[in-house]
Design a protein around this ligand. Structure first.
Ligand code: SF4
Ligand code: ZN
Length: 309
């Protein structure tokens, strides 16, 4: 099997593109595709500071690695942000992996501890809040990442959502009939109303390619799963997508294109605009109700709320 780019020994075959590549050319192919995605959706204007939400897992670690390598070509500043959620036996592992990767690359990293900055942990949520942990944790992460990225002067928060994550989320939202969620599953959301821009530079990259990139680039990431992730339905959806892809190579890309080019424009009206948001009366962050969901979670745990400013 020969590499299509250099004629050397190929290491990987990408069925969806009918393409064989050696390790080096795969890394280049991967990085070029991410650069193309960023340009196609005008994710990052030149001069912007992009804050990468680094969870220590393969996707966000690979994303940080790529953006760091592309930073001069894109003309952007890159920083990393990790939230220590206080999940016993897990947080230490991923915070350690994030620190190690940033030290190796030389990327500035800020680690925000939920416990010291906000007075509680996700373990507290699991013990005391009668709501699915992952749903509360998602609210917490979105809140803290946005707030801290804005405080750091970031234009955009970049997350490691890949093609498979996006399609799984689309299918889940479709099953629930959640039109609002579907309208927000695109590659980029603009900044405004207290939100930094949110961008997904890996949205056109299959999960398997991210895994290979992490391996070939020598990225150490956390392979242990969060103890609360058991039974997450996204795994079932991803398995179904893999089955479809095996039978019909390229169908994942086709689904993404149909979703972004045909369905999303039709859903634009369902996307709540930043102007429709008020401010949370407790913390001042953008909110749809007088007290934001994050502050409500804190209240349920019994954290004494005070203005964070
Ligand atoms: Fe949070 Fe759930 Fe992810 Fe664990 S698996 S980090 S609880 S969202
Ligand atoms: Zn609030």
């Amino acid at each position: 099997m020969k590499c299509r780019a250099c004629g050397g020994e190929a290491a990987v075959r990408l069925e969806y593109a009918n393409l064989q590549l050696c390790r080096e050319d795969f890394l280049r192919f991967f990085e070029r595709r991410v650069a193309r995605t960023i340009k196609r959706y005008r994710m990052l204007p030149r001069g912007a500071k992009v804050v990468v939400a680094l969870s220590g897992g393969k996707d966000s670690s690979a994303l940080l690695h790529v953006l760091w390598r592309l930073r001069s070509a894109l003309g952007v500043e890159v920083e990393a942000l990790t939230v220590d959620l206080g999940i016993g036996g897990y947080s230490e592992l991923y915070v350690g992996a994030a620190r190690a990767l940033c030290a190796r690359l030389g990327v500035p990293l800020r680690v925000v501890s939920l416990e010291s900055e906000y007075g509680f942990t996700v373990d507290d949520v699991a013990r005391r809040v009668r709501r699915a942990v992952c749903s509360a944790c998602g609210t917490i992460k979105r809140y803290v990442l946005n707030r801290e990225a804005r405080r750091a002067g970031g234009y955009a928060l970049a997350t490691g959502h890949n093609l498979d994550d996006t399609l799984a989320a689309v299918l889940q939202a479709y099953v629930r009939g959640d039109v609002g969620a579907l309208s927000k599953l695109g590659p980029a959301l603009p900044p405004g109303g207290g939100f930094v821009a949110r961008v997904k530079p890996l949205i056109e990259t299959p999960e398997g390619d991210v895994r290979l990139y992490a391996e070939y680039a020598g990225i150490e990431y956390v392979r242990v799963k969060c103890p609360y992730s058991r039974g997450a339905t996204s795994y079932t959806y991803k398995a179904a997508l893999d089955l479809l892809e095996r039978e019909h190579p390229g169908i994942k890309f086709q689904m993404l294109r149909s979703f972004l080019d045909r369905l999303q424009p039709a859903l634009a009206g369902a996307r709540p605009s930043a102007e429709q948001l008020d401010k949370c009366t407790v913390c001042g962050e953008p909110s749809r109700s007088p007290v934001c969901q994050f502050c409500r979670i804190r209240r349920q745990i019994g954290v004494r709320l005070r203005e964070h400013g």
